[in-house]
Write a protein that binds this ligand. Structure first.
Ligand SMILES: NC(=O)c1ccc[n+]([C@@H]2O[C@H](COP(=O)([O-])OP(=O)(O)OC[C@H]3O[C@@H](n4cnc5c(N)ncnc54)[C@H](O)[C@@H]3O)[C@@H](O)[C@H]2O)c1
Length: 325
């Protein structure tokens, strides 16, 4: 057991694990633009990378091991931005140390491990896990959510979503379009409609000739919800153009959009306001002893369950019902 943050005025001391594109950006955000936070420890499997980031952040030092970073007595809370396969063990270590953790999406790479996180957190009796679904903090998505909740669009019927990247790293494979990209649209759907996704169908159009050989890109995904709404999602990660994410909700008495006409070089630029708001609200929640403000382990699990069905649909070409517990 570690001490909780007992002095509301003292900054939350954060360890950032994984300081690649997302983690380095978050480390700077915490150190420079988040009130009430300080970065005391950084770790990366690439220690040279960790050293570089630590030298950029006043007061930060490098831990050579992720688990000692999590257990470090100078650390009150953990931001995980390591690659998805590392999340499960690192989140469990945060639970074992009783430390709040903001885990970048996806929570884990499989529904079974995500459910294990839910169960272990629940056994502790205190919420500790927030998942980095930052759309819930994006001003336009927040506004869209409010419109729907206020009934301004009448009953929502359909959502059209698009998720386009100019390019992806060489290790990106066809399943990662589901596990790394669709996962955001799944959470956005659950956030906007307030209901679960129950079935997934992944369609495989002719691949983009400019995509790396073997990459099924684009993909068109149909999500079905518990109340019969249909959400279509275009995933296109080798567009060669800008980063673009959008949603159009069609309701019985009107439609409204988020993200239309907004184009950026990459996700860091595109969602800067959302990331800023996400980390500030997380730090505020940690300081207040609530630990979580926004999507938690259950949301991470439900998104993983839908993506597990999505991966099966990508493989089989069939509609796959979401198995959840
Ligand atoms: N919320 C978002 O919009 C968003 C956007 C991009 C990435 N992400 C998520 O952030 C995470 C990191 O993505 P990225 O784009 O920064 O990847 P990245 O490859 O740029 O960075 C990952 C870093 O983690 C390091 N690493 C590898 N194994 C590690 C381990 N076991 N422990 C600690 N560090 C390790 C790597 O050396 C690298 O520096 C992923 O989970 C990804 O899905 C979220």
């Amino acid at each position: 057991m570690t001490e909780s943050v007992t002095h509301p005025q003292s900054p939350v001391r954060v360890a950032v694990i994984g300081v690649g594109r997302m983690g380095a950006d978050h480390a700077h955000r915490l150190a420079e633009r988040t009130s009430g936070a300080t970065v005391t420890v950084v770790h990366d499997a690439d220690l040279a990378r960790a050293e570089t980031v630590a030298t950029e952040i006043s007061g930060a030092r490098v831990a050579t091991d992720a688990f000692s970073a999590i257990a470090d007595p100078d650390v009150d809370a953990v931001l995980l931005a390591s690659p998805a396969p590392a999340h499960y063990e690192q989140v469990l270590a945060c639970l074992a140390a009783n430390k709040p953790v903001l885990c970048e999406k996806p929570l884990t790479t499989a529904a079974a491990t995500a459910l294990d996180v839910v169960r272990r957190e629940s056994a502790l009796g205190t919420p500790l896990v927030q998942v980095g679904f930052m759309r819930r903090f994006d001003d336009e998505y927040v506004q869209l959510h409010k419109l729907i909740a206020a009934g301004d669009l009448g009953t929502p019927l359909l959502i059209h979503c698009a998720h386009r990247n100019p390019s992806v790293p060489t290790y990106f494979d066809s399943e990662m379009l589901i596990k790394d990209c669709l996962v955001h649209e799944v959470d956005a759907t659950r956030f906007l409609l307030g209901e679960e996704v129950t079935a997934v169908t992944v369609l495989r159009p002719t691949p983009n000739p400019s995509a790396p050989a073997g990459l099924q890109d684009p993909q068109l995904v149909i999500l079905e919800t518990a109340n019969g709404r249909i959400v279509d999602v275009e995933l296109f990660v080798t567009s060669g153009r800008s980063y673009e994410v959008r949603a159009e909700v069609i309701g019985e008495s009107g439609s409204a959009t988020a993200g239309f006409g907004r184009r950026s070089a990459d996700f860091l630029e595109h969602f800067v306001q959302a990331y800023d708001a996400e980390l500030q609200s997380w730090i505020d929640a940690v300081r207040a002893g609530r630990n979580v403000d926004g999507p938690g382990a259950w949301d991470g699990y439900m998104a993983a369950a839908v993506c597990t069905a999505g991966v099966e649909s990508l493989r089989t070409g069939q509609r796959v019902a979401v198995a959840s517990h």
